[in-house]
Design a protein around this ligand. Structure first.
Ligand SMILES: [Zn+2]
Length: 280
C-alpha cells in the first residue's frame, strides 16, 4: 500500500515533469474507478496542469478545469513514461492512462485482486469527504506534538490501528505503523489511553523521524523503484523470522483484530500489569 513517503516522492517526481503541460487524452479502461460519473476524467482533456499536491496517501492534479484526485487503494500506482519512452505492448494492469501534449504518459495501474484505485474530478480537493476528513499530516513542516496528542487523545483503541486511521493522522499505513512502533519501542496492541508521557513523546518523535527519514530517502527515485526501496528499508515490517536490527531477537508476526503486524518481542515488550503506569 502506498504510504505518504512514497506518494510524496511520486508527487515531487511528477511535479517537475507535468506542471505546465496540457492533458491531450485520458483513456479510462476500468470505469469502476470513476467516482464522479457526472464529471468523468475525460472532462479534463485540453486542460493545463498547474500543480500537483499530496493529500495523505492521495494525489491531486490541479488543472485549469478542476482537480483530478487519485486514490491508490492497496495496490494502485502510476507508471511514468517520458515522451521518448511511450508505453509498449507489455501487459500491465492499466486502469486509466493520461497522455500529455509533449507525448509523455502516466499509466494508472492497479495490481490488486480487488480494484481499489479511485479517480474523482472536483472543484476543490476538500469536496471529497475522504480528503476533507484527513487528520494532521506528520510530513507537514508545522506538524506539532500538540496535534499528535490530540490525534491520540485518551482513546481505548489499539495504537497500531489508530496510527493508520486517516481521520486521526494522514498518510500512514500498515508498513510504516510497524516501523514507527518498533522505533518507539511500543507494542502495537497497546491502547493510546494507557501510554505514559515518555511513551507518547517517543511515539511522536518516532512518527516524525520514520516518515520524514523515509521521505528524504525516497526523494528523487523514479516511481517504479519506490516500492522496492520502501521494502528494502523496513526494519521489522515484512521481516517475520529475521533478526531485529536493534537487539537481534527474532521478529514475530502477530495477527489481531483482522490485521497483521510484525514486531520485535524484546524491543516492544508489553509491560506487565503491575508495572503499568497511569497515562501521563
Ligand atoms: Zn529488538
Amino acid at each position: 500500500m502506498p504510504e505518504s513517503p512514497e506518494v510524496q516522492a511520486l508527487v515531487e517526481f511528477l511535479d517537475e515533469r507535468v506542471v505546465g503541460r496540457e492533458i491531450a487524452e485520458i483513456d479510462v479502461a476500468e470505469f469502476r474507478i470513476v467516482k464522479t460519473r457526472g464529471r468523468p476524467p475525460g472532462s479534463l482533456v485540453g486542460a493545463r496542469i498547474d500543480g500537483l499536491q499530496r493529500f495523505g496517501k492521495h494525489v491531486g492534479f490541479d488543472t485549469t478545469a478542476g482537480w483530478l484526485m487519485l486514490g491508490f487503494g492497496r495496490n494502485g500506482w502510476i507508471r511514468w513514461h517520458a515522451p521518448d519512452e511511450p508505453p509498449g505492448d507489455e501487459a500491465v494492469p492499466e486502469v486509466a492512462r493520461i497522455g500529455l501534449d509533449d507525448g509523455a504518459a502516466m499509466q494508472i495501474v492497479d495490481t490488486g485482486d480487488f480494484l481499489a484505485v479511485t479517480t474523482s474530478v472536483v472543484d476543490a480537493p476538500a469536496d471529497l469527504s475522504g480528503i476533507a476528513g484527513l487528520g494532521p499530516d506528520p510530513l507537514d513542516e508545522d506538524f506539532s506534538q500538540d496535534e499528535f496528542e490530540r490525534a491520540l487523545g485518551t482513546r481505548r483503541k489499539q495504537i497500531k490501528a489508530l496510527l493508520q486511521e486517516q481521520t486521526s493522522l494522514a498518510g500512514i499505513g500498515n508498513a510504516y505503523s510497524d516501523e514507527i512502533l518498533h522505533r518507539a519501542r511500543i507494542a502495537p496492541t497497546r491502547h493510546a489511553a494507557v501510554l505514559d508521557g515518555d511513551e507518547r513523546q517517543r511515539l511522536f518523535e518516532a512518527t516524525v523521524d520514520v516518515l520524514r527519514g523515509a521521505a528524504a530517502d525516497r526523494r528523487g527515485l523514479p516511481p517504479d523503484r519506490l516500492k522496492q526501496a520502501k521494502v528494502a528499508a523496513m526494519a521489522v515490517h515484512g521481516r517475520g523470522g529475521e533478526a531485529c536490527p536493534v537487539c537481534g531477537t527474532t521478529i514475530v508476526d502477530r495477527v489481531f483484530g483482522g490485521a497483521s503486524a510484525q514486531l520485535c518481542p524484546h524491543c516492544q515488550s508489553e509491560p506487565s500489569p503491575a508495572l503499568r503506569r497511569r497515562p501521563g
